[in-house]
Design a protein around this ligand. Sequence first.
Ligand SMILES: Nc1ncnc2c1ncn2[C@@H]1O[C@H](COP(=O)(O)OP(=O)(O)OP(=O)(O)O)[C@@H](O)[C@H]1O
Length: 241
Amino acid sequence: MTVVMEDVGMSFGGPTPVLEGVSVRIEPGEFVCLLGASGCGKSTLLNLIARLEAPTAGVVKAPREGAAFMFQDAALFPWLTARGNIELALRFAGVPAAERRGRAGELLRLVHLGDAADLRPHQLSGGMRQRVALARALAQDRPLLLMDEPFAALDAITRDLLHVELERVWRQTGRTVVFVTHNVTEAVRLGQRVLLLSSRPGRVVAEWDVPAAARHDAPAAAALTAAITARLGQEIRRHAH
Ligand SMILES: Nc1ncnc2c1ncn2[C@@H]1O[C@H](COP(=O)(O)OP(=O)(O)OP(=O)(O)O)[C@@H](O)[C@H]1O
C-alpha cells in the first residue's frame, strides 16, 4: 500500500515541534532515502511510518501490519547462530516450526550467507552481521522495510558491497524501502528519490529524483551528489546560526 503523510506534525512538548507540515507520498516498491542533519527527526519520521507512534498533527496512512526495521547495530542474539536468529524472527512472524529451517536457509542464501548459517555473531564480520540483520528484517515479511543508517558503522569497501546486495534484494523482494542516511553518496547510490529534511522543525525542504541512468553514469551521479551536498550544507548552516 502507498504510505501517505499529510501535513504531519510531531511534538514531544518542547517549544518547537520536531516535525511540522510534513507531506510525503511513498509508492509501493519505491526506494526512498531520507537525508538530514543529526537530530532533525528522521527516526521520528520512521516511527510514524511504522505506526509505533501517532502524530500530534496531520494524518499518516501506512500498512496496518507495521514495518520491519534495520538499524546501525545488527543487535543479533549472541548465543544463537545466524540461522537461529532468523528462525526466531520467523517464529515471531507466526511461521510454523516445520517451515522455519527451510525458510531461514532461503533467506540466508538471499543475502549470500548460505555457508555461514551455523556461525554465531562473534564469528561474523560487521558486514556479515548486517546481512543477517537484513535477512531477519525480511523474515518479518512486512511490505515496508525501514532502515536507519544501517551501514554507517561499516568500512567503505564493505558498505559498497552491501549497497550492491541491498539493491539486488530490494529488486528481488519488491519491498518498499525508506532508508535514513547522513551520506549523500549513499543516498544517490541507493535511492530512486532523495528527501531532505530540515531541522527544528523538521520539514521536507527539498526532493530529488535519481534517474536510473545516474547509477551507471559516474559524472551524472557526481553532479547530483554535489547539488544535494550543497543544499544539505545550506540546511546545516542555517540551523547552526
Ligand atoms: N520520545 C521522545 N521524547 C522526547 N523527545 C524526543 C523523543 N523522540 C525524539 N525526540 C527528540 O526529537 C528530536 C529528533 O529526534 P530523532 O531521533 O527523530 O532525530 P534523527 O534525525 O533521527 O537524529 P540522528 O540523525 O541523530 O539519529 C531530538 O531532538 C530528540 O531529542
